[in-house]
Design a protein around this ligand. Structure first.
Ligand code: SF4
Ligand code: MG
Length: 275
């Protein structure tokens, strides 16, 4: 007999930002009328990697740093699913960084939510790549620098309405087949790196900034870099490619398969899994 353990309550510390992410995700799925049965949430390793346990959708706990290739495979196998990958900054920006770059480049049509708190919370607060002082990694810069990216946003759990709006925009973008939707959420770890008050001071909302044009990649890149030099952290819709059309599951990942005769074998295997 298989026994499945499903926590009734999230296992996070009281005050953890991840509660806000989960609430926004649950609200987004409800707002968009997406049923549990047509949703797959895959998570990486870390405190954030338990989010899929709490939402009642299909869920999958991927290997450390491997949530993106796993989500790509799930989306390939059943593009009618609403596929949402989630994880932390340690999982996604350290061991998983190679996958992030190539997922930006391939532009598969699913959503990726990264809960950034600057630390590895599950293993007691070691610094992650986003907490390295002047050498900190900024995934927004990275995403803007990859020309295939179509949706890049950052939210903060202290601004829950904006978080929910950005999450709905991200999930809709991916669900419509417009490409990879990347949403970083500043989600403080109250136990090892409580950044609530710091981020309240540092964050600057681009959604209410008339100078920011989220359809202009070059300008967005310049603005984000300039703000960072001023010690500010931009949140809001950073960039959305205005030219993307609903792609009805066009498969950019296929362009990586060589020689082309292998595509036939690939399609055969994939279709076997679909039937
Ligand atoms: Fe959240 Fe930090 Fe607690 Fe993990 S250790 S549940 S990230 S507050
Ligand atoms: Mg973390």
């Amino acid at each position: 007999m298989t026994i499945t353990y499903r926590p009734a309550e999230p296992i996070w510390c009281a005050g953890c930002g991840h509660f806000g992410v989960e609430a926004a995700l649950a609200g987004t799925l409800a707002d968009l009328g997406i049923s549990k049965e047509e949703t797959l949430i895959l998570a990486g390793i870390g405190c954030s990697g338990t989010i899929q346990n709490n939402l009642g959708t299909y869920g999958y706990h991927a290997l450390h740093g491997r949530v993106l290739p796993t989500a790509t495979g799930a989306w390939e196998a059943n593009p009618e699913l609403t596929v949402i990958a989630a994880g932390g900054d340690g999982d996604g920006y350290a061991i998983g960084m190679g996958h992030l770059i190539h997922t930006f480049r391939r532009n598969p049509s699913f959503t990726y939510i990264v809960m950034n708190n600057g630390v590895y919370g599950l293993t007691k607060g070691q610094n992650s790549p986003t907490r390295q002082g002047a050498a900190s990694l900024d995934a927004i810069h990275l995403g803007l620098s990859v020309l295939e990216t179509t949706f890049i946003a950052r939210a903060f759990t202290r601004a829950p309405e904006q978080l929910r709006n950005l999450m709905a925009a991200a999930v809709s973008h991916a669900r419509d087949g417009r490409g990879f939707a990347f949403l970083e959420v500043l989600s403080p770890c109250v136990t090892y790196n409580d950044t609530y008050s710091l981020w309240v001071t540092e964050c600057l909302d681009l959604d209410t900034d008339n100078e920011h044009d989220p359809t202009d990649r070059t300008a967005a890149f310049g603005r984000v870099v300039a703000l960072q030099a001023q010690g500010r952290t931009p949140i809001g819709l950073i960039y959305r490619d205005p030219t993307t059309e609903p792609a009805s599951f066009a498969n950019p990942a296929m362009s990586d398969i060589e020689p082309t005769s292998h595509i036939e074998s690939y399609m055969y295997i994939r279709n076997r899994y679909r039937t």
